[in-house]
Design a protein around this ligand. Structure first.
Ligand code: NAD
Length: 281
């Protein structure tokens, strides 16, 4: 057997084409969706992410602004900038690129963003709504994972989903979203014992660990759907958390890296920004 690859790049392109039309319809009504991005410091990877988010906005007609701040700014100055954007009627979404310098509390920053403009879906109010299954901004990477699986008509109801990773931005919310879809969810993490014994029970295995080629064939039940969220660089080359060569012959579906989950994350950010613009009152 060899796995069917889930093509996130293609799905992202399809969704962005649809969004382009949605944005132009909004523009005809005088609403130009706006995303404000704040970048603190000189982190090279963050700069790349921010640039690609802005480029994606431009391509579908979302207005985007960038506030660049030095890593010497105080938490108070950053919070003031967020307040300014919270009050700017032309801005529908605010995104503060993480990580932040150590002297700034990420939690304080996330909590300062108006929940109505929290297109990353990280505000505790939006996380709470996600948990109770209310309509809200869903965190972009987990949202993208669920959209990819739905596109491939993969069923969730009664399936055993095993998530490796419990971060607030990927592991925890992806498990919650699939629980909301009636899956049975198990979380594994750095303190989990007998990892392969547990992961081998997963009909769907979601991997968000941040370690190159961490998951091998010994972790995967034959025929499982495997989603690789990891983005790692080895010798200058991008690779996931899943050892592709080992897992591809065992899994039924697999997301490649690059071209899998990655392109979906920004796509769902665009989606959330458009939804926010539609709610302008
Ligand atoms: P994180 O470092 O916050 O979390 C990693 C998780 O892995 C932790 O919960 C930890 O308990 C678990 N873990 C670590 N070692 C383990 C072990 N030996 N056994 C079992 N679990 C272990 O990382 P994150 O922010 O969740 O990101 C995970 C990966 O996903 C990274 O490679 C990151 O670059 C990538 N990522 C990709 C996207 C995307 O758009 N595709 C978005 C966010 C993150």
């Amino acid at each position: 057997m060899s796995a069917t690859l889930l093509n996130g790049k293609k799905l992202a392109e399809k969704k962005r084409e649809e969004m382009k039309k949605e944005v132009s319809a909004l523009r005809e009504k005088g609403i130009v969706p706006g995303l404000a991005v704040i970048l603190v410091g000189e982190n090279a990877a963050s700069k790349v992410y921010v640039r690609s988010k802005q480029k994606a906005c431009e391509e579908i007609g979302i207005h985007s602004t960038l506030t660049e701040m030095p890593d010497t700014i105080s938490e108070q100055e950053l919070l003031q900038e967020i307040d300014r954007l919270n009050n700017d009627a032309s801005i529908d979404g605010i995104l503060v690129q993480l990580p932040l310098p150590d002297h700034i509390s990420e939690q304080a920053v996330i909590e300062r963003i108006s929940p109505a403009k929290d297109v990353d879906g990280f505000h505790p109010i939006n996380i709470g709504k996600m948990m109770t299954g209310e309509d809200t901004f869903l965190p972009c990477t987990p949202f993208g994972v669920v959209e990819m699986l739905k596109e491939a008509n993969i069923e969730f109801e009664g399936k055993h989903v095993v998530v490796i990773g419990r971060s607030n931005i990927v592991g925890k919310p992806v498990g919650q979203l699939l629980l909301n879809e009636n899956a049975t969810v198990t979380y594994c993490h750095s303190r989990t014992r007998n990892l392969p014994e547990i992961t081998k029970q997963g009909d769907i295995l979601i991997v968000a660990v941040g370690k190159a080629n961490f998951v091998g064939e010994e972790h995967v039940k034959p025929g499982a759907v495997v989603v690789d969220v990891g983005i790692n660089r080895v010798d200058g080359k991008l690779c996931g958390d899943v050892d592709f060569n080992q897992v591809e012959p065992v899994a039924s579906y697999l997301t490649p890296v690059p071209g899998g989950v990655g392109p979906m994350t920004i796509t769902m950010l665009l989606h959330n920004t458009i939804q926010s613009a539609k709610q302008r009152g």
